[in-house]
Design a binder for this molecule. Structure first.
Ligand code: THU
Length: 141
């Protein structure tokens, strides 16, 4: 991935926050998932009055992609913060989303870009965010 590829992904994650459905927390999260074939699939968080059915932005993006037959991924950018203001801080992915990414991504290669409203980002591999992650390989014994 070039620096420009990463910048585009960051911009898409920031834009995706616009569609967040967040009547309860007001905390808008956007995600942009880069598939290995170059496609970018975006997602936002979608809350629910019963709280637990809430879906995070990252999982929205992954499930959208998988449901369309896209299964190979290179990176995800994530942007989160209160209201429609550009986020002033980094929003790391929750543990459930890290585990969902683990299902579909090579943890040593897949990149997670945490971004702020000024389009700066910090990057990590999934393995750095989910050390000793559990995957289908563990079930093989
Ligand atoms: N949220 C995400 O979308 N992604 C995360 O990884 C962490 C949390 C959402 C869920 C909820 O709508 C709001 O942020 C506050 O927790």
């Amino acid at each position: 991935m070039t620096g420009r590829d990463k910048e585009i992904l960051v911009e898409k994650a920031l834009e995706a926050r616009r569609f967040s459905y967040v009547p309860y927390s007001g905390f808008r999260v956007g995600a942009a998932l880069l598939a290995k074939d170059g496609r970018i699939i975006t997602g936002c968080n979608i809350e629910n009055a019963s709280y637990t059915p809430t879906n995070c932005a990252e999982r929205t993006a992954v499930f959208k992609a998988v449901s369309e037959g896209i299964l190979d991924f290179e990176a995800i950018a994530i942007a989160g913060g209160p209201g429609l203001e550009p986020p002033g801080d980094f929003a790391p992915p929750c543990g459930v989303c890290r585990q969902v990414l683990m299902e579909f991504c090579d943890p040593d290669r897949f990149l997670v870009l945490l971004c702020k409203g000024d389009k700066t980002w910090k990057e990590f591999t999934l393995a750095e965010l989910l050390p000793l992650g559990f995957s289908g390989k563990n079930l093989e014994g």
